[in-house]
Design a protein around this ligand. Sequence first.
Ligand SMILES: Cc1cc2nc3c(=O)[nH]c(=O)nc-3n(C[C@H](O)[C@H](O)[C@H](O)COP(=O)(O)OP(=O)(O)OC[C@H]3O[C@@H](n4cnc5c(N)ncnc54)[C@H](O)[C@@H]3O)c2cc1C
Length: 372
Amino acid sequence: MSTNEKKQRNEEEYEIVDRSKQGVEGVFIWGQMMPNNEPHDVTFELLGEGRKIADKLNTKLTAVLIGYNVKKWAQELIYRGADRVIVVDHEKLKTFAVLPYTQVIYDIIQKEKPEVFLFGATTFGRELAPRVAARVHTGLSADCTMFDVGDYVNRRKKLKFENVLYMVRPSFGESKLATILCPLNFPQMASARPGIFIPLKRDETRKGEIIDFTPEFSEKDFVVDVLDVNVGGGEQIDLKGAKIIVSGGRGVGEKGFDMLREFVKVLREKGYKAELGASRGAVEAGYISSKHQVGQTGTTVRPDVYIAIGISGAIQHLAGMKESKYIIAINKDHEAPIFSVATFGIVGDYQDVVPIMIEKVRKGEMVFPVTQ
Ligand SMILES: Cc1cc2nc3c(=O)[nH]c(=O)nc-3n(C[C@H](O)[C@H](O)[C@H](O)COP(=O)(O)OP(=O)(O)OC[C@H]3O[C@@H](n4cnc5c(N)ncnc54)[C@H](O)[C@@H]3O)c2cc1C
């Protein structure tokens, strides 16, 4: 008998762990809302990926929508893939606060017993998901870029778990992919990187169920009072149509992006069709919204001039901008890979270089070769 046959026969003798007897069912996602009370892009991305997982598990996909005056979005989430939407609409949940949101999701998990629960790895999702995981005593695979469903055999315990969630994320400085399983605890919980998963096409023929959930809070859930929220407005970003893209990376930090916005403003005042871009490093650090992301999982651009500032030039970034006509790279590390695709490279601190460029453009001493 070959080793493979032996292995297969052994596995046939293993006890199969039947999920349905553990009383858990369904794929859930957190339908994150933005401060302007519209769903975050990642909500649609999670619905797209959650739909695939739910279909593989032959179960329903439920979105949990928390906020105030959010019920109007429930139907939209059904058009985008959900079978059920649990709506928690309460004035006290108007702005994201980690303690009451954790409590609400904890209560829903206790009641519904989902098999899988996914969050977006956004700034809020990264704060919320670990708290929920800790409270329900399960694991959390953070920052996943791929999911699948398959079996898992534990030879030592002679157990075979069927239909386990495979949660895949880059590790070791993004050079390897790690597949993480959590077959013993529920829900199997993960956060998904924004901008990776593909939303489904909106389908108005989709039908679903909208369920109201009444939260129960205590005073200790509201230790933080949000006094005011300033929303940045519904900025329209046209990366594809821009002739000049000023793009910032993790190296410029949050404050640096104010300088880059000023750069774009001055270019526009001079009549250029300029736009602000970003690397995923900057998006993940929370310096800028994912709408600005250029690269493999962001927008692919081909402007006349691409100015990469504080961007290392990872292969996934280059994939989205290397076809630009002229590439100007500003980086303090002369070995940064971005210089390998740059037409002009400036080795230096962006804080020294960019103000000079802004001033020269303002005075008309620096012009760029753009087509009409
Ligand atoms: C599946 C997958 C998809 C991905 N998709 C994308 C994508 O679409 N787009 C994307 O961008 N990335 C993507 N990535 C991520 C990518 O691998 C990198 O992690 C990311 O591009 C790094 O961003 P960064 O260059 O801003 O940050 P870092 O790599 O941290 O680089 C920062 C740079 O700033 C420089 N710097 C620091 N301080 C200064 C200063 N004061 N002045 C000048 N320079 C300074 C540093 O020398 C460094 O080169 C993806 C990764 C995976 C695994």
